[in-house]
Design a protein around this ligand. Structure first.
Ligand code: WT7
Length: 655
């Protein structure tokens, strides 16, 4: 990757400083914290841990680093549930709303911190009654209902690690995750709402539980009130019977800073899912720190909405632990952006006067495709800050978001991180960083990162290569459950002494970081490294294009050739003339070398359930291979459709 021809890459010249208004009221108005942290990262993180959290026992050592195993805040004791709930109530904020929950069919609930304390304590007592003890693992398989964060916090209260399994996963996925971590109890529901339909969670869980010997008890929440929910005597208990009958007091277990808080499975491109482990003190410190400063949180006035699902790390860190540790008021939404109509997000923003919206590029590109009439129909003037996470955001989508959702006066924070990093690592600080659309800008204070070439040698600025993290950070994964060797191999063996993130990145001449996607998504065309992200962004910068996915396919002439799959914005026709226009557009923006050899117009793209484009499958299509594993797709029919279309259209093959 050392030979990335930067001149040829997409040039993004637009810059967006924070408005004077925003900067004036921001928690951080200058870059001093970067210097403080760089001077002594350990002291910096210790200050944050002390300021942001309550400890029942102070730590004696900030960091013990035996590469690649880190321990933070050794000797310190604290409880995550206490930090997220009890202490706010004790400080007189019991009446403040913690969760503004919006249910899919239109029902709504507001849960104050005082109510949350009761709910969490009752649930913890119920789990105790079911045999859960400190050190156990509990699987949680629910939709986006308030009982999901309640269950997570109840586990944390007892010192049991939770393993949340996204409610869209199959019984096989649920079974494998339960078995890998040997969970003792499963918390699920009768069903979950999805676009007006019911996902039969209990039925799926029952199928999984035929092959999960470690599960002793199952707690079942009634959400959809379907008629037939089979309950197995002695194993299955209704939440409303068991939890509601408990006392609303349960003393939080003082946990060691390094005790396991949760396991969360992440499915890499190869191999079985990895159980990523996060511990208590470091994780909570960094999620609280990033949530406060990246989102400029004002707990008295902000209404924070992270649209992720609690089944992903984004939901763990920015629906549950970060916001609650910081005593935020958050919106939690059960449904999807398009049900019952395409205005759903914007009516929620208007209804709750959301100030801070944190969502994913895939959602933003969908909104672009639909057009602005849906957001225009609502008063979005409460918004003051926008965030993006999950994939590189194309500059055009960034600007669309800034302009049409933010009304041109909300900073946009593009936040790079991973399940493994636990918290945001690279992001603007909204009151001080001059943003560039498509760039996650700079590593946050206290974070060490670099870009290296194949040999692990740092690439000078400007230049591109592999993103690495160069020093331990508090919320770093503590390993992979049951597989220390895989932890070492996956993250620490590629480059000596540094964490390999698996992402390509470049720095421009001002040192801004530009994430270029997973390294498997870099193409080699006639000897040039070309990032799929940049060709996609060039395509999306054309007014007819809403979304694009680009892959490399084998080519006799150039080694690899660029193959593009394009979704048009509503009102545009898929013509041959447009194909030519788009190819020229890419040539103009990046250079002739990056011109797609083939362009296929599609209705939809194959995406994971968390919204990431699965280029691996599009590569199979472009190479005319049999499709690889499609079980992690949100909708497997999408890629079948594209494959059929691809074979029936003769690819445009002139150079
Ligand atoms: C991968 C991690 C982080 C929570 C959600 C995803 C990609 C994430 C960005 C961003 C460019 C991004 C990377 C990363 N990614 N955020 N702002 N810009 N790429 O967590 O499922 O563990 O995925 O998502 O490729 O490695 P995850």
């Amino acid at each position: 990757m050392a030979d990335v021809t930067l001149e040829a890459l997409l040039q993004e010249g637009r810059t967006f400083p924070p408005s004077e208004d925003f900067a004036r009221g921001a928690l951080l108005r200058d870059g001093r914290l970067y210097d403080v942290a760089a001077g002594d990262p350990e002291a910096f993180w210790a200050t944050q841990a002390g300021e942001l959290l309550d400890w029942s026992e102070p730590w004696h050592t900030v960091l013990e680093w035996e590469l690649p195993f880190a321990k933070w805040f050794l000797g310190g004791r604290l409880n995550a549930s206490y930090n997220c709930v009890d202490r706010h109530v004790a400080a007189g904020h019991g009446a403040q709303v913690a969760l503004l929950w919006e249910g899919e069919p239109g029902d709504a609930r507001q849960i104050t911190y005082a109510q949350l304390l009761d709910d969490v304590s009752r649930c913890a007592n119920a789990l105790k009654a079911l045999g859960v003890r400190k050190g156990d693992r509990v699987a949680i398989y629910l939709g986006m209902v308030p009982e999901l964060p309640v269950a997570m916090l109840a586990c944390a209260r007892l010192g049991a690690a939770h393993s949340v399994v996204f409610g869209g996963f199959t019984s096989d996925s649920l079974r494998d995750r339960i078995n890998d971590a040997e969970c003792k109890v499963l918390i699920t529901g009768d069903g979950a709402w999805r676009r007006g339909n019911i996902v039969p969670l209990k039925e799926i869980a029952d199928a999984a539980m035929t092959e999960t010997p470690s599960i002793e008890r199952c707690l079942v929440l009634r959400r959809t009130a379907q008629a037939d929910v089979a309950m197995q005597d002695g194993r299955d208990f209704w939440w409303h019977d068991l939890v509601d009958a408990q006392a609303p007091e349960c003393p939080p277990e003082p946990m060691d800073a390094e005790d396991l808080l949760f396991i969360l499975y992440t499915s890499g491109t190869t191999g079985k899912p990895k159980g990523i482990m996060h511990t208590t003190g470091g994780y909570l410190t960094q999620v609280a720190f990033t949530h406060k400063y990246v989102f400029d949180l004002k707990p008295e006035t902000d209404v924070f909405w992270c649209t992720a699902d609690c089944g992903w790390v984004t939901g763990h860190s920015y629906i549950v632990y970060g916001p609650l540790a910081n005593r935020a008021t958050s919106v939690m939404y059960e449904g999807t952006p398009d049900y019952p109509d395409k205005e759903r997000f914007w009516s929620i923003v208007e209804k709750y006067k959301v100030t801070t919206l944190y969502t994913a590029p895939t959602a933003i590109r969908t909104f672009m495709k639909w057009g602005t009439q849906y957001s225009d129909a609502h008063d979005l003037s409460s918004l003051r800050l926008l965030g993006s996470v999950g994939e590189p955001i194309n500059p055009e989508a960034w600007v669309w978001y800034w302009k049409n959702i933010g009304g041109g006066n909300c900073p946009v924070v593009d936040t790079w991180w991973q399940t493994e990093t636990g918290a945001i690592m690279i992001s603007p600080l909204p009151g001080t960083t001059v943003a560039k659309p498509g760039s996650a800008t700079f590593p946050l204070p206290g974070i060490g990162s670099d870009i290296v070439n194949d040999e692990g040698v740092p690439v000078p600025i400007p230049g591109g290569g592999y993103l690495v993290l160069t020093q331990p950070w508090p919320s770093m994964l503590r390993g992979i459950w049951g597989d220390p060797d895989r932890y070492r191999d996956t993250y620490w063996s590629r480059f000596e002494g540094r964490y390999f993130a698996g992402d390509g990145a470049k720095r421009d001449d001002e040192g801004y970081f530009w994430l270029l996607g997973r390294v498997d998504d870099i193409m080699l065309v006639a000897g040039h490294n070309i990032s799929t992200t940049e060709v996609e962004s060039a395509l999306v910068s054309h007014p007819a294009v809403a979304e694009a996915a680009v892959v490399g396919r084998t080519d006799a002439m150039t080694g690899q050739a660029v193959s593009a799959f394009v979704i048009l914005r509503s009102g545009n026709e898929p013509t041959d003339a447009l194909v030519t226009e788009l190819r020229d557009h890419v040539a103009h923006h990046i250079g002739p070398i990056a011109k797609p050899k083939t362009i296929l117009f599609a209705e939809d793209l194959p995406k994971t359930r968390s919204g990431k484009i699965m280029r691996r499958l599009l590569r199979n299509v472009a190479e005319d291979e049999t499709l690889g594993d499609t079980t992690t797709l949100a909708d497997p029919s999408v890629v079948e459709g594209i494959k059929a279309r691809y074979l029936s259209t003769s690819p445009d093959d002139e150079g």
